[in-house]
Design a protein around this ligand. Structure first.
Ligand code: DAH
Length: 339
């Protein structure tokens, strides 16, 4: 039995030495020490030995097992170290490679300008009101004194959902909604998207943005309107800007006016930017028509008001000297990155 154990030991140690990975090493252990392992089988034969031989053989068998286990754990440590080394090698990260830059977005120029418009008016005590883009014709037209037959209602100009529903052509509908819901004093601005049947070109788009303003209270005059718009544009564009009020017609205001601003580029002398005019048309405004107040249940003998409406695109284009409106919608990163 002694020879058998010695031979077994040699083979087991050789197998441990030649195991090339942890799995192979574990297999050697099972083959040698497992339930049906070779050493186990030999140890089971101990019972057949004489009483004198048994302790001697037992001690030898323990020595063999001890040697095997020492060799096993030594090899295991070595294999684990190898594994770490090779993982370090294959999973190596080159920290000298340049990183991938995260692209940070920026606000769209229309939003930047709209934010400023809102700030200026809320600082003057206005609140911001919103209304639906799919709107009833009575709010977009009828109650604003714009009855059947007015060119603004023409199918060529307006997107109809059905006879009494349109994509709003102006944010003026929010004036009506506000006056129906609130008693004066009223001071609101209402920004939002509007829709018209226009071909896309450098100054037109079927979708654009407006910001409407409305003030109704006792004793409101055209002077208040002029002062408000002058304060607004000076805050937005600087103190040098001058305003010019030209008589105009809107069905919902009386009197009505269009407002021009002195040209940013030439200050009013005339240049290519203002097409030699020295002035740039900016917005429509006027004193709220008494009939519009009556339509909303407000007594025009007690209250007066002013209203105005401007295009956010136009204000933005003036602000940044953008000469083509399409740039605002095309999402070209080279353009947007500049803001
Ligand atoms: N709604 C007009 C437009 O779309 C602008 C406008 C003019 C609004 C006069 C008003 C106003 O509130 O009083 O061109």
């Amino acid at each position: 039995m002694k020879e058998q154990l010695s031979e077994l030991k040699q083979r087991a140690l050789a197998a441990v030495a030649s195991a090339s990975d942890i799995k192979a090493l574990e297999d050697v252990k099972v083959a040698f020490l497992g339930k049906k392992g070779e050493l186990t089988v030999v140890l089971k034969q101990m019972g057949t030995l004489s009483a004198e031989e048994r302790p001697v053989m037992g001690a030898f068998a323990n020595e063999v097992r001890g040697e095997f286990e020492a060799a096993f754990s030594q090899k295991l440590t070595a294999l684990k170290a190898d594994e770490i080394t090779s993982r370090l090698e294959t999973e190596k990260v080159d920290i000298t490679l340049p990183g991938e830059r995260q692209k940070l977005g920026s606000r769209h120029p229309l939003n930047i300008v709209l934010e400023e418009v809102k700030e200026i008016f809320t600082a003057m005590g206005y609140t911001v009101a919103y209304g639906p883009e799919v709107e009833e014709t009575k709010y977009v037209f009828d109650m604003l004194n714009t009855f059947e037959g007015h060119p603004a209602r023409d199918e060529q100009d307006t997107f109809y959902i059905d006879d009494s529903t349109v994509l709003r052509t102006q944010t003026s509908s929010v004036q009506i909604r506000t006056m129906l819901e609130h008693k004066p004093p009223i001071a609101i601005i209402s920004p939002g998207r509007v829709y018209r049947c226009d071909e896309v070109d450098a100054t037109h788009s079927p979708i654009f943005h407006q910001c409407e303003g409305l003030v109704v209270d006792k004793g409101i005059t055209f002077g208040d309107l002029k002062g408000t718009l002058e304060t607004f544009f000076k805050r937005l564009y600087g103190d040098e800007i001058r305003l010019r009020f030209r008589p105009h017609h809107f069905p919902y205001t009386e009197p009505s006016a269009e407002v021009d601003l002195s040209c940013f580029k030439c200050g009013g002398k005339g240049c290519s930017f203002c097409k030699g005019e020295g002035w740039i048309e900016m917005l429509g405004c006027g004193m709220v028509h008494p009939q519009v107040l009556i339509n909303c249940g407000i007594d025009p003998d007690e209250y007066t008001g002013f209203a105005f409406g401007m295009g956010i695109e136009r204000i933005t284009m003036m602000r940044y000297e953008i000469d083509d409106m399409r740039l605002l919608y095309e999402n070209d990163m080279r353009f947007l990155k500049q803001f």
